[in-house]
Design a protein around this ligand. Structure first.
Ligand SMILES: [Zn+2]
Length: 135
């Protein structure tokens, strides 16, 4: 029998800010959303089989959102948090370069001239006009 995924993680509640737009009044507000942070355990739990071992290797630390909805701060109506915000990988949160860093990297890469091919340095056989095999 395979283990429940939760057996592989240490869970810790966490609150994170989120900015959502109310579908009713169209106002965007900042909300505090409850999440649970799942940190992969250092080792496999007892009773793990080969399949569990393979699953464990692929797992990543992540955050799961607990709150499905928030109460709009403007109109007071409940609305659902968009579902694509329900799972975050921790390495996406913390491992990615910030946008400015990425922009600087791209700019640096573009400012370097591409190595030009200097035909005069190529061996003669590459620069001679090609002729047919039988001449
Ligand atoms: Zn609203």
């Amino acid at each position: 029998m395979s283990l429940d995924e939760r057996a592989f993680f240490t869970e810790k509640p966490e609150q994170r800010p989120g900015r959502f737009t109310c579908p009713r009044c169209r106002r965007a507000n900042d909300y505090t959303v409850r999440w649970v942070r799942r940190t992969k355990k250092d080792r496999l739990p007892g009773g793990a089989g080969d399949a569990d071992r393979a699953r464990f290797a692929k797992l990543r630390d992540h955050l799961l959102r607990l709150d499905d909805e928030v109460v709009c701060k403007t109109c007071g109506k409940k609305f659902e948090i968009p579902s694509h915000h329900s799972l975050l990988f921790v390495d996406q949160l913390e491992g990615l370069p910030k946008d400015e860093d990425l922009d600087a990297e791209i700019a640096a890469a573009e400012s370097q001239p591409a190595p030009a091919t200097d035909r005069s340095k190529l061996p003669a056989r590459f620069t001679r006009p090609s002729r047919g095999w039988k001449g």
